[in-house]
Design a protein around this ligand. Structure first.
Ligand code: PEP
Length: 259
């Protein structure tokens, strides 16, 4: 069984004061989450503080991106050892907003992923198609290209330590989530590719999250899909009660339906 995983991506939201309050409320509302793993990804400026707030709590800390080199002349970047130093062990890689706004290429994403794995982090590789690609019947082609390039050169043991997130771009921040069937179809396809790239056994252990307008109200039906192993949550992770609601649904479904 794959333990459900819920990740909150705070994006570029939260002053130190707001981050302290949000992290504290999530920590207090999820003292002993059972049957689910929880990660929050605050902006860089709040990571150290949130690390302190979450200290001793089962909620883990993630970054939204990183640089692939350990140090150097890379103005504005943050390295993996810097993240490790403040208790961070997870990082999102290849979020569509970074692919689009910063121009992150599949090659760069692959470099980051390899560096993260070498340094004991869990990378969360994000893939997903645009609305236009879906209209043109290119959904599988797009996500397959992103997956193959992102995982290029990795051995089965490294793929086993990676988490995938299927995030259709048309569903991110729009309030229009993929239907459970749409998510399951693409995620099943991704798992098939993992069987080919690693092995059938490893593919069965890798968690594939769904992301795109997940809220407490739609989490249950999405997470009930056997192919959906959790959620990557943007907007709804900025409200402690909404995020806790999603985590509780994931925990319930993980321990009941999918066992
Ligand atoms: C995201 O950006 O990863 C995301 C899924 O955002 P939202 O939940 O707001 O759609």
């Amino acid at each position: 069984m794959r333990t459900p995983l819920v990740i909150g991506n705070w994006k570029m939201h939260g002053t130190i004061v707001e981050a302290r309050a949000l992290a504290g409320a999530i920590r207090d509302g999820l003292k002993r989450p059972r049957g689910v793993q929880v990660v929050v990804c605050p902006p860089f400026t709040a990571l150290a503080l949130v690390s302190e707030v979450l200290s001793g709590s089962p909620i883990q800390l993630g970054a939204q991106t990183c640089h692939h080199e350990p140090a150097g002349a890379h103005t504005g970047e943050v390295s993996i050892p810097m993240l490790a130093e403040i208790g961070c062990r997870w990082t999102l890689v290849g979020h569509s907003e970074r692919r689009k706004e910063i121009g992150e290429s599949d090659e760069l994403i692959n470099l980051k992923l390899r560096a993260l794995l070498t340094q004991g982090f869990t990378p969360v590789l994000c893939v997903g198609e645009t609305a236009e690609e879906r209209r043109q019947g290119l959904t599988f082609t797009t996500v397959e290209g992103q997956l193959r390039a992102g995982l290029a050169g990795l051995g089965g043991d490294q793929i086993a330590k990676t988490v995938l997130a299927y995030e259709p771009i048309w569903a991110i921040g729009t309030g229009v989530n993929a239907s459970p069937a749409q998510a399951a179809e693409v995620q099943g396809y991704l798992r098939g590719l993992l069987s080919e790239l690693a092995s059938k056994e490893i593919a069965q252990t890798v968690r594939i999250l769904y992301g795109g307008s997940v809220k407490a109200e739609n989490a249950e039906v999405l997470l009930a899909e056997p192919e959906v192993d959790g959620a990557l949550v943007g907007g709804a992770s900025l409200n402690a009660q909404s995020f806790i609601g999603i985590v509780r649904k994931a925990a319930r479904i993980g321990t009941a339906t999918k066992e």
